[in-house]
Each structure stands twice: as structure tokens, then as C-alpha cells.
Design a protein around this ligand. Structure first.
Ligand SMILES: [Zn+2]
Length: 389
């Protein structure tokens, strides 16, 4: 009888144990699945609030419990990169690529992400190698764009031209950029005392982009350095037909060439003609300097007053006060100096060139912005926009 009872107890016991085991598994599973989305959404929330450190901590926690989540690894990798923790980003992407359970698509993405890490870490050789491998993948175009940036940073203009030509299509011609790359090469040739090679590059720049002002500026510089004054003047004058607002950049050069050729009055006349068609404070300054040297300060002052009446501006007023300081009686001088100082203070920012893309200001004119790496993004005039009227 005892034996019979014992057999009766066994089935429910096994059933109970199985049920318990299943319950433990389900609980474990539920805990995991609940934990994943919660931490994930917390991380996402931090990310949206731009609290990157907290977001990274949350995502890193998820990866600890689920190291195989490829998407989370990608998310974490790109967050580390954005935060400037390049080594950690590189490590994550390298680990991903070392796995053999990721799809071909994920492998390509991993290669691209790793290349971006290398770019940000300044490891251009490794980035270049990685990006070149993506030439036949869906990442080909973005990889080429990254390569173009790298070649520009490395000043490897030959490869930059090759890459830009490959990227050129109906949506982007890269005409300006390629012409600028040729100008950069010409500038390098000039520094290496190879003016003929420089001329070749500049002619190419003009063939590619006939409005390339910089090419004519440099062709003029080469001619000037060789003492071919009329040739230099001819190149600089061509800028009027390319884009007259750039004339302000060659006004002083033109005046110098005319002076050396013994025809300074002709130079002043030319610049004054430009002024009537294309008002520019820089040219006003250049003409003012030339007239004071040629005809004396009185005539120059008259010219300045006339110009200021035509186009009133704070920078113009500043020049005028500078001139008046030469004439003012000793007892009035401190007052005028105070006005001059005040104007200087207010026009400090105006007397600079400014990038139209990123707002970077500089005392010298840049063809390639040091702030945003844009080409021809500076207006070729000082920020004399603050007019008196
Ligand atoms: Zn810029």
C-alpha cells in the first residue's frame, strides 16, 4: 500500500518541478526583456537631452547583459566618437568586425564607422586604407567624400582632384574646388620657385572654372615677380569680368604695378573707375593712399570726404578721423583722439574678413576657411556693413 502511494506522489512532483523550472526561465526572460527596453529608453532619453555621458553609461550597461546586440554596439561606437573618445570607438568597431556572426551589410557599416573613427583620431593613413576598400560598396560615395576631406587636410591636391572628379555628377560639379586645388598646387610651385609649372596649374584652373579669380590673381603675381608689369596688370584687370567684388583684393597690387611702370596716375584713374561701378571701402583706402602719395594729403582728404558722402560707413568715418588728426589744432587734438579711439573700438570687428559659412573672422583674406574648411567662403571685403546712415 505504501509503495502504491509513493507512485501516486511522483507525477505531480515532476510536474511541479517542471513548472517551477519553466517559471524561473520565464521570470529570467521577462527580467531580461524588461531590463533591455527600460535601459534602452533611459539611454535614448539621455541622448535626446544631450546628456551623452549618462546615455553612454546606460548603453554600456545593456551591452554588458547583451554583448551580441550589433545595433547597440554601433550606437555606442558612434557616441564615443562624437564625444572624442576615439580609442574606445575604434575598439568597439574593431571588435564588431572581428565577429563572424554579423551580416555582410553590418560588416560594411562597421568598416565605414571604423574609417570615420580613424579620421576623427587623425589616423589618416588607416582611414584612407579602410575607405578605399569601400569603393564598390553602397558606401562608395560617402567614402569618397571622406577621402576628399582627408586629401585636403593632407594637402594632397593631386589625389583631391582625382577624387573630386570621381564624385562630380549632375548634382555637384566640384568645379570651384578642383580649380582651387590647382591654385593650391600653383602656390606650392611658386614657393618652390617653379613659376612655369605654377602657370600650367593656373591655366588649368581657368579652363575648369573660368571665373576662378584666384588663378588670375596668382598669374598676375607671377608676372609681377618676373618684372612683366603690363602682363601682371592685364591679369588683374580680368577680374572685373570674372567677379568685380574681388577687385578690392588686387587694388594695392595694381597700384604698385602702375607705380613701378612709372604711371601711377593711370593706376589711380583705373581704381576710381572701379569705385564708381563697384563701391568698396578697401578700394577707397587704396585710392586714398595713392592720392596722398601722388598729390598730397589735402587732395586725398577731399577725395575721402566725397566718398563718405556717397557711401557713409563707420570704417570710412574712422579713416576720415585719422586724416583730420593731421590737421586739428593742438588744443582740440585730445577730443579728436577720443573720437578716433571710440571708433576704433566699435569698428574692430568690422575691419576683418568674415566667412559666410561659419562666421569665422580673420584679418587676412582666406580662400580656404580655417574654421569650416569651406572654399571661397569669405566675402572679399572688410565687414564695413555697419553704415552711418
Ligand atoms: Zn568658415
Amino acid at each position: 500500500m505504501d509503495m502504491e502511494l509513493w507512485w501516486l506522489v511522483l507525477p505531480p512532483l515532476f510536474f511541479g518541478m517542471g513548472w517551477l523550472a519553466a517559471r524561473i526561465d520565464i521570470r529570467q526572460l521577462l527580467r531580461e526583456t524588461r531590463k533591455l527596453p527600460l535601459a534602452y529608453y533611459k539611454g535614448l532619453n539621455f541622448l535626446l537631452n544631450e546628456e551623452q555621458d549618462k546615455a553612454i553609461a546606460e548603453f554600456a550597461e545593456i551591452i554588458k547583459s547583451d554583448p551580441h546586440s550589433v545595433d547597440l554596439n554601433f550606437a555606442l561606437g558612434s557616441m564615443f566618437r562624437r564625444k572624442g573618445e576615439h580609442e574606445r570607438a575604434i575598439l568597439i568597431h574593431q571588435n564588431l568586425l572581428a565577429r563572424n556572426d554579423i551580416s555582410a551589410e553590418q560588416r560594411l557599416k562597421g568598416q565605414y564607422e571604423l574609417a570615420l573613427d580613424f579620421v576623427k583620431a587623425g589616423l589618416f593613413d588607416r582611414a584612407e586604407e579602410m575607405l578605399q576598400k569601400l569603393a564598390d560598396s553602397p558606401y562608395a560615395r560617402t567614402a569618397s567624400q571622406q577621402l576628399l576631406d582627408i586629401y585636403q587636410l593632407e594637402k594632397n591636391w593631386e589625389k583631391a582632384i582625382e577624387t573630386a572628379n570621381r564624385l562630380a555628377d549632375g548634382t555637384a560639379s566640384f568645379q570651384n574646388e578642383v580649380a582651387e586645388f590647382h591654385c593650391e598646387m600653383a602656390q606650392r610651385d611658386i614657393a618652390n620657385s617653379q613659376p612655369e609649372q605654377a602657370r600650367g596649374n593656373l591655366e588649368k584652373a581657368l579652363q575648369i572654372h573660368r571665373k576662378c579669380v584666384r588663378a588670375n590673381m596668382l598669374l598676375g603675381d607671377i608676372a609681377m615677380a618676373a618684372g612683366e608689369l603690363d602682363d601682371a596688370i592685364e591679369h588683374w584687370k580680368r577680374i572685373e569680368n570674372q567677379d568685380p567684388q574681388y577687385l578690392s583684393l588686387v587694388g594695392s597690387r595694381l597700384m604698385e604695378a602702375y607705380k613701378q611702370a612709372g604711371r601711377p596716375a593711370e593706376g589711380v584713374q583705373l581704381l576710381r573707375t572701379y569705385l564708381t561701378s563697384y563701391p568698396s571701402l578697401d578700394i577707397v583706402d587704396q585710392v586714398f593712399q595713392a592720392i596722398s602719395e601722388l598729390d598730397g594729403l589735402d587732395t586725398a582728404k577731399e577725395f575721402l570726404y566725397a566718398e563718405l558722402r556717397r557711401n557713409a560707413s563707420l570704417l570710412g568715418l574712422r579713416s576720415l578721423v585719422e586724416v583730420e588728426l593731421h590737421y586739428v589744432a593742438a588744443e582740440r587734438r585730445p577730443d579728436l583722439e577720443a573720437v578716433r579711439n571710440l571708433l576704433h573700438e566699435h569698428t574692430k570687428k568690422l575691419a576683418m574678413y568674415q566667412c559666410q559659412q561659419c562666421g569665422f573672422r580673420a584679418r587676412q583674406y582666406y580662400w580656404h576657411c580655417p574654421g569650416c574648411a569651406g572654399w571661397e567662403s569669405y566675402l572679399p571685403k572688410l565687414g564695413g556693413g555697419a553704415r552711418v546712415t
